[in-house]
Design a protein around this ligand. Structure first.
Ligand code: UT7
Length: 330
């Protein structure tokens, strides 16, 4: 029996209003606009400054735009999966808080912690519930308030990250062949010492000393991550293309996690893929971790056509990485 595909039927995105420019960062750390633009491709990023507002609030804004587009009532939603590394608190889950704030009273929610690959992990997981026939409406959100774990005295990281959220709806495909076709996902733990938060978990619980050592902020040694990111994205894209008999000409869009413009051009170059097929918004938002891929889809929504072949790809903390082949359904 042919499996029902899960199709993306709508998209919503949200970024906060406050724009943190390279010029403002120059007043905070020893950096400069030219270095940031040439080494990362980032010009500005958005920061959630409103007191009392968290990752779930940005997620809810993205979710509301998605529901408006679909003219869907929150009560129709069965499940919400939120990919994030900046959950509002350790527990309850951000997914649960989103259900509450959105009024999705018939849904349950949970979080997916896979850093920059979180959205792909969550999308693939959500698709299984649709394919199995268990649920009909599964919302997948990627949301991160990276400013809450960024050390604004560390020039190696504070120039990179921003805040934002993106959401998609998964429903049983109306057209047999349009939807989430295939995914390859990986995670190996090899990157655990080069991209992580040193304290605040069960290994090193928070103490005055860990806070004094600023171990509650994200730590990254960027150079090894860069090399692995290019290799991981290229190999997973090649694998999924081979498995699905796709040539470069078949691909309409590559939708990569946005960590560094030089990673994107290297990946495109190694695959011999023109940059006009690669979605880019890192210049305006920086690296929003789990939110980069749905925010790209949101930004490019008017350019997407029914039947387009998309390869979504990510690489991030863990390491975690992968690629997902989507035939755009609307
Ligand atoms: O999303 C999760 C996955 N993350 C990634 O994929 C990130 C991958 N890594 C990167 O994107 C890059 O490695 C960074 C953007 C983080 C850093 O760029 P880089 O070209 O690898 O720079 P680097 O760390 O090798 O540093 C080069 C130089 C150093 O100076 P010296 O030692 O050559 O004198 C740094 O101290 O640039 C210096 N530097 C800076 N200078 C001005 C580092 N950060 C800055 C800065 N402003 N903000």
């Amino acid at each position: 029996m042919k499996k029902t595909l899960a199709a993306i039927t709508g998209i919503g995105g949200y970024v906060p209003d406050y724009v943190l420019t390279n010029k403002e960062l120059e007043t905070m750390v020893d950096t400069n606009d030219e270095w940031i633009r040439s080494r990362t491709g980032i010009s500005e990023r958005r920061i959630l400054k409103t007191p009392g507002k968290a990752t779930s609030d940005m997620a809810v804004e993205a979710a509301k735009r998605l529901l408006d587009q679909l003219k869907m009532d929150p009560l129709e939603i069965d499940l919400i999966i939120c990919a994030t590394v900046t959950e509002d608190m350790s527990f309850p889950d951000t997914g649960t808080l989103i259900c509450y704030k959105l009024g999705a009273k018939n849904a349950f929610g949970f979080d997916m912690h896979a850093a920059c690959s979180g959205f792909l992990y969550a999308l693939t997981t959500g698709a299984q519930f649709i394919q199995a026939g268990t649920y009909k409406k599964v919302m997948i959100i990627g949301a991160d308030k990276m400013s809450s774990i960024t050390d604004y005295t560390d020039r190696a990281t504070c120039i990179l990250f921003g805040d934002g959220a993106g959401a998609v709806m998964l429903e049983p495909a109306q057209d047999d062949d349009l939807g989430i076709i295939d995914s390859v996902l990986y995670g190996d733990g090899e990157g655990k010492d080069v991209l992580y938060m040193k304290a605040g978990g069960s290994l090193n619980p928070t103490t005055h000393e860990t806070v004094d050592r600023k171990e509650h902020f994200l730590y990254q040694d960027g150079r090894p991550v860069f090399k692995k990111a290019v290799a991981g994205m290229v190999s997973s894209i090649e694998e999924i293309m081979t498995r699905n008999h796709l040539t470069n000409e078949d691909i309409d869009w590559i939708v990569p996690h946005q960590a560094n413009m030089r990673i994107l051009t290297s990946v495109a170059g190694m695959l011999d893929m023109p940059m006009d097929k690669v979605m880019v918004n890192i210049d305006r938002y920086g690296n929003t971790t789990a939110a980069t891929i749905p925010l790209c889809l949101w930004d490019y929504r008017d350019k997407l056509k029914k039947g387009d072949n998309l390869i979504l790809t990510a690489f991030g903390g863990g390491y975690t990485w992968g690629a997902t082949y989507v035939k755009w359904a609307f």
